[in-house]
Design a protein around this ligand. Structure first.
Ligand SMILES: NC(=O)c1ccc[n+]([C@@H]2O[C@H](COP(=O)([O-])OP(=O)(O)OC[C@H]3O[C@@H](n4cnc5c(N)ncnc54)[C@H](OP(=O)(O)O)[C@@H]3O)[C@@H](O)[C@H]2O)c1
Length: 226
């Protein structure tokens, strides 16, 4: 068994999610930011790759006070479980995702991870759960099973392109929700919604389930089984 996996991502008109310097770019409009916040609040877990943590230093918290309050009265923690996929344990110890906001955190590493760094993180953050899955890179098959057992039924993946590719390659994605904003970023080295090695012939297919116009862009919801 595994969680229901939703990839959510914001791209420019030309499909880029950041610029060539991998700096965080504001692509979403206000409508989209509110939609993503609701999506976070109704998820059990939020996952990102270490590339996103190193570039953007996100908190991955629920921003709306009323949504946090709603989670509280439902008997939940203010924020879903936040999960960082980080084979080598490169996460900076003072990353915002570790220091900011209430709720559990999981660091998913592989056998390659620096054992001293893991020990230091365990001492600094006693509640941080560290899951080892895979030898070189994090094995998503193993990780998904462990997340399911940890009570994560609905998992929101918030990038980046490398993580998205690996999940799609393994057939582990049930939905892709993307916001296409009103800017062009360009640049052959700028990350896109799905990077990795790319697909050859066997392209993953999704059915268009919903399309919504916002102030400055459009939200598309694609489902594996619409
Ligand atoms: N616009 C948006 O919505 C949005 C959202 C998120 C991110 N971004 C942008 O995306 C960029 C970061 O994306 P990214 O693609 O570089 O990084 P990423 O997907 O966040 O993380 C990739 C890293 O995860 C680790 N990893 C561990 N196991 C893996 C596996 N099985 N498959 C793939 N990766 C695995 C690898 O590093 P190790 O081998 O060291 O573990 C890999 O380099 C930034 O520029 C950020 O601003 C944009």
């Amino acid at each position: 068994m595994r969680p229901y996996v939703i990839i959510n991502i914001a791209g420019s008109i030309d499909g880029k999610i950041s610029d060539s310097a991998r700096r965080q770019i504001r692509i979403s409009d206000e409508d989209d930011l509110r939609r993503v916040d609701r999506l976070r609040a109704f998820s059990d877990g939020i996952m990102v790759g270490i590339g996103t943590v190193l570039s953007d230093d996100p908190s991955l918290t629920v921003k709306s006070k009323s949504l946090r309050y709603f989670r509280k009265i439902m008997g939940l923690e203010e924020n879903p479980v936040r999960i960082v996929v980080d084979s080598r344990c490169r996460i900076p110890p003072d990353s915002t995702v570790l220091t900011h906001g209430e709720g559990k955190r999981i660091l998913a590493v592989s056998e390659r991870a620096d054992k001293k760094k893991i020990k230091m993180l365990r001492e600094k953050y006693p509640s941080l759960r560290i899951i080892t899955a895979g030898n070189a890179r994090v094995d998503f098959g193993v990780l998904m099973e462990k997340l399911w057992k940890a009570g994560i039924g609905k998992l929101l993946v918030e990038g980046g392109g490398e993580i998205n590719y690996s999940l799609l390659q393994l057939g582990l994605v049930d939905e892709i929700r993307c916001f296409i904003g009103n800017i062009v970023i360009g640049g052959r080295d700028a990350p896109t919604m799905v990077d990795g090695d790319g697909f050859i012939d066997d392209f993953p297919e999704f059915g268009l389930s919903d399309i919504r116009r916002t102030e400055k862009g459009v939200i598309l919801i694609w489902k594996k089984n619409p």
